[in-house]
Design a protein around this ligand. Structure first.
Ligand SMILES: [Zn+2]
Ligand SMILES: [Zn+2]
Length: 317
């Protein structure tokens, strides 16, 4: 089968490799669509803590067909251990020993049966794949106060995660303003029912979806007294954010991290997509085959928010 394999920094090769051998708790899934994400760009450019040693398979947003049953599934990218302190406290998103499942940029993947999620009838494979990042957005919204106490939401950053957050918040009936310096991304947010602005001010809740220390600071500055900031964007390793003490104390701001998702949040994201509550089409590009993956990962971060749909079997007989 064909697979995209990382051999080092910016060294991606599409190779013919043997079909994976499923372990005792695993099944083979034929990948119909895998979507690209900023994490893939980081893995390709400079490696990543969750990548196995080189040569390494990657791609973690993937949907396809179980070879044993023919069922359509999303392959979840992680399984919480169920036994660590956060898992026992009901917070599997921050499991200390998750099992990561990578390898969506290949025709076949051997995946733990426990990581598979049923895809709603009629939902396209690329939409099912995107339930993985959408689940992280679902979790981030859950980390914020409910609409009744925080009806006015700001989203800082108009990449795919910012757009997904805006879509979920609009679907909840909140007033949403998305800020991004790219006019194309502001236009995307407006098309899904949000307002847009070059910057944010005075919101009940602010979602930071940029992942840079200066954006963390701007998110705190844009929060109304008594409000909440949810930090969704991960900054580079070793980053420090310098935050103003005055509003944290005198305005009683709540600052909360949001990381990853729980398996149940993946199912919620699939249900939202299946019901048409979130339109995934505006931020999808492609499809492309494995041979074009390196090119699209290197295209940079300008222009509209987009995720590339990779169809690993494209171009093969
Ligand atoms: Zn991702
Ligand atoms: Zn755990």
């Amino acid at each position: 089968m064909r697979a995209a394999i990382l051999h080092g920094h910016e060294d991606l090769r599409v190779e013919d490799v043997p079909e994976p051998e499923p372990g005792p708790d695993e099944v083979l899934v034929r990948v119909e669509a895998a979507t690209t994400c900023g994490t893939d760009v980081k893995m390709w450019r400079r490696g990543h803590p969750i990548l196995p040693p080189y040569p390494a398979r990657f791609g973690h947003e993937m949907a396809g067909i179980r070879l044993d049953t023919g069922a359509r599934v999303l392959v979840g990218d992680s399984l919480p251990c169920g036994d660590c302190r956060p898992c026992r406290a009901g917070r599997p998103q921050i499991c200390r020993a998750p099992r990561w499942i990578l390898g969506g940029f290949a025709e076949l993947i051997a995946a733990p049966e426990a990581a598979l999620h049923a895809v709603p009838d009629g939902l396209e494979p690329e939409a099912a794949a995107t339930a993985e990042p959408l689940a992280a957005a679902v979790h981030a919204v859950d980390r914020a106060p409910a609409r009744a106490v925080a009806p006015d939401a700001g989203v800082l950053g108009g990449g795919p995660m910012g757009q997904m957050l805006a879509a979920l918040l609009v679907a909840e009936g909140r007033t949403v303003t998305l800020a991004d310096r790219h006019p194309e991304r502001r236009a995307q947010a407006e098309a899904l029912g949000a307002m847009s602005a070059p910057s944010l001010a005075d919101h009940d809740v602010v979602f930071e979806a940029v992942g840079r220390p200066e954006a963390w600071r701007a998110a705190v500055d844009a929060c109304a007294p008594g409000g909440c900031v949810v930090f969704v964007g991960g900054c580079a390793a070793g980053s420090d954010a310098h935050l103003p003490t005055r509003p944290l104390h005198y305005h009683e701001l709540d600052l909360r991290g949001a990381f990853h998702h729980a398996p149940a949040e993946v199912d919620r994201a699939l249900a939202l997509l299946g019901a048409g509550a979130v339109d995934w089409r505006p931020w999808m590009a492609g499809p492309v085959g494995l041979e074009e993956l390196q090119d699209v990962l290197g295209r940079g971060n300008e222009g509209p928010a987009r995720k590339w749909v990779v169809v690993p079997g494209a171009g093969c007989s």
